[in-house]
Design a protein around this ligand. Structure first.
Ligand SMILES: [Zn+2]
Length: 339
């Protein structure tokens, strides 16, 4: 794409019919990922790198009324250097609702025989539950950029590769894949049409495609209630059930099931205390900012927990705002498509 084009929806290709309500400067984005007060040099390098990715100093968010996708413009994904600067300490949850939901779905509707592909495998926590019950380990291809992740994937017997799904390295599997898994990956990716075309090349007819993305309703709630923003260029799209249906229409897939993660108050309140603290820390001079600017240590962790907890009375009005709409605020959306 040309960065200087006027905005248009990366999914349905319509121009926006309402102006952007939210924009972020490269400095604001960099402060979201790396505090200038904690790591001044890395923050400055990240800010300049984001400016380079955007080819300008700011990024605008648009909500498409045609397909219900919210997207960043310029619609440019973070590259390897961005992730190394923004997330030097990668950690992955060992269990997620969408892993269990997918495994449960496979019990009712098993995969066709054949190789399967996961894009963004992390340490292989999902694949370790998929194989060997649903597919032999040697039939699993795992795409993962992190070296530490690939080492763990290879140790579990999977074919771990560092390439993009659009790379020719995957050509040997054209027309063969029985399933593809994209968990918390789609919202990081640009060029959605190239992605769906590539998945159609790689998969066999009848293949299953499983996708999980952050739930836009939850993201919008967080942003409206002084919690963390869904910051580009990490996440560059925000998905709704309607947009996930539109993705199926674009690709020529059938949407078999689309579900929202059940909402749990305990996890919500715990996460909200942490995220609201992290958001406050982005403002220089706040107590959260001062504590998070100190060197990482056990003592800092304790101080951060105390500061996050002390803000609980200020969070209660936001929690009350979640009452009555809690059912729409689960973390993830999960979809099973059939090609
Ligand atoms: Zn659209």
């Amino acid at each position: 794409m040309t960065l200087y084009e006027s905005p248009c929806c990366p999914l349905c290709r319509q121009p926006p019919d309402t102006p952007s309500a939210v924009s972020y400067s490269a400095a604001e984005a960099a402060q979201h990922f790396v505090l200038a007060e904690e790591y001044p040099q890395r923050h400055a390098e990240l800010r300049d790198h984001i400016t380079g990715l955007w080819s300008r100093n700011d990024c605008r968010m648009y909500a498409c009324r045609q397909c219900a996708l919210t997207y960043a413009w310029p619609f440019v994904a973070g590259d390897g250097h961005f992730y190394n600067l923004a997330y030097p300490y990668s950690a992955y949850p060992a269990q997620r609702w969408e892993f269990l939901r997918t495994l449960d779905s496979l019990r009712g509707a098993p995969l066709q025989p054949g190789p399967v592909l996961e894009i963004g495998s992390g340490f292989g926590y999902f694949l370790g539950q998929l194989a060997p019950d649903h597919v032999a380990a040697e039939q699993v291809i795992a795409l993962e950029y992190s070296d530490a992740g690939r080492a763990q994937l290879a140790a579990k017997g999977f074919q771990a590769m560092a390439c993009d799904v659009r790379s020719a390295s995957l050509d040997p599997w054209c027309g063969q894949l029985a399933a593809v898994f994209l968990f918390q990956v789609l919202e990081h990716m640009d060029d959605l049409h190239a992605l769906t075309s590539r998945l159609n090349e790689l998969t066999r007819p009848g293949a299953a495609i499983f996708v999980a993305v952050p739930n836009h309703d939850r993201t919008a709630f967080n942003e409206a209630h002084a919690s963390l923003c869904d910051m580009p260029p990490n996440h560059i799209s925000q998905w709704t059930p309607q947009a996930l249906q539109r993705l199926a229409d674009t690709a020529g897939w059938r949407l078999d099931r689309c579900e929202r993660e059940p909402f749990r108050w305990s996890a919500f309140m715990r996460g909200d205390l942490v995220y609201a603290h992290m958001r406050r820390a982005q403002t220089p001079g706040t107590l959260s900012n001062k504590v998070r600017s100190r060197p990482r240590s056990g003592a800092r962790q304790v101080a951060e927990a105390a500061v996050a907890l002390a803000a609980m009375p200020a969070r209660i009005p936001h929690w009350l705002a979640a009452v009555g709409r809690a059912r729409s605020l689960g973390n993830s959306l999960w979809v099973r498509y059939q090609r």
